[in-house]
Write a protein that binds this ligand. Structure first.
Ligand code: ADP
Ligand code: MG
Length: 253
């Protein structure tokens, strides 16, 4: 049965989508059957694995709002072992439409239960908010992976995320754990980055992944080619560190 990991942080620009795409691709590369689910209306994870949003019919919106089966919206990607359920702009309305929907917090979980058996890992790319889409991801997940950017105010807002995680644990998903905290966009030339690492480790201790993602220009170029980093530049430091992360995720179970 697939292990489901939600990539969440309500702050934008911390590396959620980059991590979703590249962790998924690296898990697939290591032989794990992986399903990436895009629940951000921006749909950046979808285009990041080469989906042309103009060419597809329907998306995760139809699953969440129209009760369509998940399996009808699973697409192959250029990477062996990697599949995606994409998001398009139509998902933008879902946050509001979910408010009055029946079972509004468990819709993703129920849809996922139908297909979970066919995968080793399911990775969910969350939008930059703590609304009902993110709540659906946390309710469906076994673990939440929190990317934290190595910048000033790295820990800001995390208490809000953690209290949302606790609420979901209490009311919707007792089994949810903090899968791990991932430090992203480290600029090793500055002291600031090292200070942030210390601060985050003091707070999250053994939950912090040993793999730390450096700031790497190849990682920021890859999405415009519709490719994960291991297809775009397998020799880059970005490819190395995301492969290391995938090994760590597999090792942690
Ligand atoms: P989020 O999904 O949290 O909003 P993204 O993954 O979209 O964050 O990252 C925000 C921006 O930073 C994007 O333009 C992305 O290409 C870039 N980026 C993310 N991680 C890195 C990295 N390690 N090195 C360089 N650029 C990065
Ligand atoms: Mg994103």
């Amino acid at each position: 049965m697939g292990r489901t990991i939600a990539i969440a942080n309500q702050k934008g620009g911390v590396g959620k989508t980059t991590t979703s795409v590249n962790l998924s691709a690296c898990l697939a590369y290591l032989g794990k059957k992986t399903l990436l689910i895009d629940i951000d209306p921006q749909g950046n994870a979808s285009s990041g694995v080469g989906i042309n949003k103009k060419e597809i019919e329907g998306c995760i919106y139809d699953v969440l709002i129209e009760d369509e089966p998940m399996k009808s919206y699973i697409h192959e990607t250029k990477i062996e072992n990697l599949w995606i359920v994409p998001a398009t702009m139509s998902l933008a309305g879902a946050e509001i439409e979910l408010v009055s929907a029946i079972s509004r917090e468990v819709r993703l979980k129920r849809a996922l239960d139908e297909v979970k058996g066919g995968f080793d890992y399911i990775i969910i790319d969350c939008p930059p908010s703590l609304g009902l889409l993110t709540i659906n991801a946390l309710t469906a997940a076994d673990g939440v992976l929190i990317p934290v950017q190595c910048e000033y105010y790295a820990l800001e807002g995390l208490s809000q995320l953690l209290s949302t995680v606790r609420l979901v644990q209490k009311h919707l998903n007792k089994e949810l754990v903090i899968e791990g905290v991932l430090l992203t966009m480290l600029d090793a030339r500055t002291n600031l980055g090292l200070q942030v690492i210390e601060e985050v480790k003091k707070y999250f201790r053994e939950k912090v992944y040993k793999s730390i993602i450096p700031r790497n220009v190849r990682l920021s170029e890859a999405p415009s080619h519709g490719k994960p980093i291991i297809l775009y530049d397998v020799r880059s430091r970005g490819a190395d560190t995301y492969t290391e992360l995938a090994r760590e995720v597999i090792k942690n179970g």
